[in-house]
Design a protein around this ligand. Structure first.
Ligand code: GLN
Length: 490
C-alpha cells in the first residue's frame, strides 16, 4: 500500500515497526508534490532536500529507539503564518517576502521534538484574512476535488495539501473559521481547539483574542494525536492555559449513548444550501441511531456574530500589523524620502488590498470618535454571544452546525463581493468569539462532487465530547480520496 493512502498514525506505526523508513515516506510525499503541486499550489515554499536530510536524521533516532512518538518520521505541511527557524515565513504577504525567523513557533517546535518531517510552508490568505486563499501574494491555491474551485481559507493551502496527499497532515490556524471552513471544502478533518490550548507563540498574529492553531488531517484519530502533541501550557504565551487533559486519544471509541446534540434552528433556514443542510443533518441521524439525543433549539444573536467579529478582528489586526514598518524586518520600499515616507511606501507596497481594507476598518473602529459606537458595542455583543452559548451548553453536550453555507465556490467569484464573502463565515466565527472548540468532519458531497463538512461545536475545554462524537460518526464512513490525490497511489 502506498504511503499516500495512510493516515499519519498508521504511517507512524509502520515506521516504528520498521516496515517503512521516514526517508521512504518523505520520498513518496515529495514525488506526489512534484506530480500535483503545479495544479494545486498548496505551498508557498517547500524544500525537498531539507526534508530528506531531516528524514535521515529522524530515522536514525528511530533506529536508536530515541524517538518513539507516533508521528515520528511522518511528513507534515505548516501554514506559512507559523514561524519556522531559518525557513522563510511570509504569511503569504509581500511585506514578509524576505522574513526568515530566528526561532520556531511553539507548535512547530513540539512537532519537531516528536520527529515530524516538514515538507514546506502552505499558502494562505494574506495574514489569514480571507475565506478562499485568493488574497495570497503568491498566487491562488486550487481545490484538489475540482481545480476550478477554491480550497477555502485562510488555511486553504494546508487543507489542499492534505486532500491532495502533498503532506500526510498539516497545521492550520483559525481566527474565524480558517481551519473548519477549508476542511469542509476540501473533504478533510480539522479542529480548532479551545482558545488557549495551543500556544500562539510564534504564530504571526491576526486577531490575538481569536487566533488558535490546530490540526488538519485525514481522520479524527490523527487530529487527536496531533492536538495531543502540539497543545500544552506555554509561559511564552500569556493566554496559554494549563489544562488537565492533553491526551485526546483517550476519548476515541467512547460510548455516545445519551449524548445531547443541539441543532440551532436558525442555522438551517434561508441562506444555507439545501444539499449542505441535508448532509449535515444526516450526521445527527447517524449519531441518533447510536443513542444520541437530538433536539432543535434557538441559538440567539447569530446575525450579530459577523459584524461583531469583523469589528473585533480588524481592530486587533490593525494594531498587530503596526509592527510591519520596513524598519525591523520584512519588505522595505526601494525609494523613499525620509523615515515617514519609507514606512508609508513600504506598507503601501507591501500589503495587499484585503489587508489594507482591514487595517483601515480596524483603525476606524478604534478611533476616539467611534470607539464606543463600534468597538465597545462589538465587545458587548461578544459577551452576549458567550452567554448564549453558555445557556446552550447547559442543555446540550455538543452543537451541530454546517461549517459553511455552501460548498467551495468557483475561483474568482468571492473576492468581487467582500461583504458576501464575510457572510460566508456565519457558522464559524461565533465559535472563535466565544473561545470554543469546533471540529469539521466530512459528511458527503454535493451533486457536483464537491465535499461537504459538518461542524461539531463543544463547550470550552470539552474537546472530549467532540472527539467522541466525531469518531463515532467517522466509524460509519470510509475516507474518500479525490482523483487528483490518487495520482500517485497504487
Ligand atoms: N474568513 C475570516 C476572516 O477573513 C476568518 C479567517 C481566519 O479564520 N483566519 O477573517
Amino acid at each position: 500500500m502506498s504511503v499516500l493512502n495512510l493516515t499519519a498514525v498508521s504511517l507512524g506505526k509502520k515506521i516504528q515497526a520498521g516496515e517503512l523508513s521516514a526517508v521512504e515516506a518523505t520520498q513518496e510525499v515529495l514525488a506526489q508534490v512534484e506530480r500535483v503541486e503545479k495544479d494545486v499550489h498548496s505551498y508557498v515554499s517547500y524544500d525537498g532536500e531539507a526534508a530528506l536530510k531531516r528524514a535521515k536524521e529522524v530515522q536514525q533516532l528511530i533506529d536508536e529507539k530515541k524517538l518513539t512518538h507516533p508521528l515520528a518520521g511522518v511528513p507534515v505541511a505548516i501554514k506559512d503564518n507559523m514561524c519556522t527557524k531559518g525557513v522563510t515565513t511570509t504569511c503569504s504577504s509581500k511585506i514578509l517576502s524576505n522574513f526568515v525567523p530566528p526561532y520556531s513557533s511553539t507548535a512547530v517546535e513540539k512537532l519537531e521534538a516528536a520527529g515530524a518531517i516538514m515538507i514546506g510552508k502552505t499558502n494562505m490568505d494574506e495574514f489569514a484574512m480571507g475565506s478562499t486563499t485568493e488574497t495570497s501574494a503568491y498566487g491562488i491555491t486550487r481545490n484538489p476535488w475540482n481545480l476550478d474551485h477554491v480550497p477555502g481559507g485562510s488555511s486553504g493551502g494546508s487543507c489542499a495539501a492534505v486532500a491532495a496527499n502533498e503532506a500526510i497532515y498539516a497545521l492550520g490556524s483559525d481566527t474565524g473559521g480558517s481551519i473548519r471552513q477549508p476542511s469542509s471544502f476540501c473533504g478533510v478533518t480539522g479542529i480548532k481547539p479551545t482558545y488557549g490550548t495551543v500556544s500562539r507563540f510564534g504564530l504571526i498574529a491576526y486577531g490575538s483574542s481569536l487566533d488558535q492553531i490546530g490540526p488538519v488531517a485525514k481522520d479524527v484519530r490523527d487530529c487527536a494525536t496531533i492536538l495531543s502533541t502540539i497543545s500544552g501550557y506555554d509561559s511564552k504565551d500569556s493566554t496559554s492555559i494549563k489544562r488537565e487533559d492533553y491526551d485526546f486519544n483517550q476519548y476515541l471509541g467512547q460510548d455516545i449513548k445519551g449524548l445531547r446534540i443541539g441543532v440551532p434552528k436558525g442555522y438551517f433556514k434561508e441562506g444555507l444550501d439545501k444539499e449542505v443542510a441535508d448532509h449535515v443533518l444526516s450526521l445527527a441521524k447517524t449519531l441518533e441511531a447510536q443513542g444520541a439525543v437530538v433536539e432543535e433549539f434557538d441559538l440567539s444573536l447569530v446575525e450579530y456574530a459577523i459584524p461583531a467579529y469583523y469589528v473585533i478582528a480588524d481592530a486587533e489586526a490593525s494594531s498587530n500589523l503596526e509592527r510591519f514598518d520596513g524598519v525591523k524586518y520584512g519588505y522595505r520600499a526601494k525609494e523613499y524620502n525620509g523615515l515617514h515616507d519609507m514606512i508609508k511606501k513600504s506598507r503601501s507596497q507591501g500589503f495587499g488590498p484585503e489587508v489594507k481594507r482591514r487595517i483601515m476598518l480596524g483603525s476606524f473602529v478604534l478611533s476616539s470618535g467611534y470607539y464606543d459606537a463600534y468597538y465597545l458595542k462589538a465587545l458587548r455583543t461578544k459577551a452576549l454571544i458567550v452567554k448564549a452559548f453558555d445557556e446552550a451548553f447547559a442543555k446540550y453536550d455538543v452543537i451541530l452546525a454546517p461549517a459553511a453555507p455552501t460548498t467551495a465556490p468557483k475561483i474568482g467569484s468571492s473576492l468581487a463581493d467582500p461583504i458576501k464573502m464575510y457572510l460566508g463565515d456565519i457558522y464559524t466565527i461565533s465559535v472563535n468569539l466565544a473561545g470554543l472548540p469546533g471540529i469539521t468532519v466530512p459528511v458527503g458531497k454535493d451533486k457536483n462532487g464537491l465535499p461537504i463538512g459538518a461542524q461539531l461545536i463543544g463547550n470550552r475545554f470539552r474537546e472530549d465530547v467532540l472527539f467522541k462524537a466525531a469518531y463515532a460518526y467517522e466509524q460509519t464512513k470510509t475516507y474518500e480520496m479525490c482523483d487528483l490525490a490518487q495520482k500517485g497511489v497504487n
